[in-house]
Design a protein around this ligand. Structure first.
Ligand code: SPV
Ligand code: MG
Length: 302
């Protein structure tokens, strides 16, 4: 991303990612540390994943964390980085009024956008009991989108409408009907979610949908589809939704088991990040420099 683009407000950065002709990528983060690693890797935006945030808190992806607890994490993620954050706002944690509060607080906390999905509160993850998922009534969900757009103060704050029609087994026509209603309600982009192992249903959606609004996809299940296919079909944005949480889970499990079994650290020291890297990520040098400037000097200095 160019320097000029980086200097834009995060909301404008996210809007550009969604609206530009080339494919964009959002990488999952679930805390400040993972967010820093997303930016360090070169990604231009962050998906603050509900699944990953809840898993990292030791909870299910069923709104067990309260929305203000999620808000706190989203703020840590945003504070830790200079790239924009799209928060996975689940169903908006209630009705249209909850969505209004959410959007106001996200803007105050430096979060660039929110994605809300047309399921019922408390939601469950899209890959749990797939076709048992219940969808929100279409008009009620459109009202949430309208309410979100009505209260945002920064005109570039992004509201992504996510339909779970395919996940719930309602088929392409219903997915299109819902996406169109959400477009008319003012959504900035549509997220079409699918649990199929191939991309055929999201490709069919895109073919019918055309260019009405940018389309976002989450290829967690159809990960074998080459990314080039998404670019060729004119999708806006791909979300890599949970892969830092899952890689951390695996690495932590291996390390915990090894140290428990061996009762020493000799075999793990070389397979974990050096302490120096931790301090570098925390920017310890900046604090040392700030102390030189602003802490009174000892030994008689002022
Ligand atoms: C998330 O990352 O929390 C998502 C994507 O919403 S999914 O888990 O596929 O529903
Ligand atoms: Mg989610």
């Amino acid at each position: 991303m160019s320097v000029t683009s980086r200097a834009l407000p995060k909301t404008s950065q996210l809007r550009r990612l969604l609206q530009r002709p080339e494919l964009s990528f959002l990488m999952e983060a679930h805390n400040g540390l993972s967010a820093k690693l997303v930016e360090e890797a070169g990604f231009e935006g962050i998906w603050a994943s509900g699944l990953s945030i809840s898993a990292s808190l030791g909870l299910r992806d069923s709104n067990e964390a309260s929305w203000t607890q999620v808000l706190e994490i989203a703020e840590f993620i945003s504070d830790a980085t200079t790239i924009p954050v799209l928060l996975d706002g689940d169903t908006g944690y209630g009705n249209f009024n909850s969505v209004r509060r959410l959007v106001r607080k996200l803007e105050q906390r430096g979060v660039a956008g929110v994605c809300i999905e047309d399921k019922l509160f408390p939601k469950m993850n899209s890959f749990v009991r797939g076709s048992g998922q219940q969808l929100a009534e279409i008009g009620e969900f459109a009202g949430k989108i309208e309410a979100a757009k009505a209260v945002q103060r920064d005109s570039d704050f992004v509201v992504v409408a996510r339909t779970e029609a395919l996940i719930a087994g309602h088929g392409l026509a219903e997915a299109l009907r819902r996406a169109e209603a959400y477009r008319q309600a003012g959504a900035d982009a549509i997220l079409i979610h699918s649990a199929q192992a191939d991309a055929s249903e999201v490709l069919a959606f895109k073919a019918e949908w055309g260019e009405r609004l940018p389309v976002v996809i989450v290829p967690t299940k159809y990960y074998r589809t080459p990314t080039q296919v998404f670019a060729e079909h004119g999708f806006s944005t791909v979300i890599w939704a949970n892969h830092l949480m899952r890689s951390a889970l695996q690495a932590m499990r291996i390390t915990a088991t090894r140290i428990f079994t061996e009762q020493h650290l000799r075999n793990v020291e070389d397979s974990v990040a050096p302490m120096a890297e931790v301090f570098e990520l925390q920017d310890e040098d900046e604090l040392a420099e700030a102390e030189r400037r602003w802490l009174p000097r000892r030994n008689g200095g002022h």
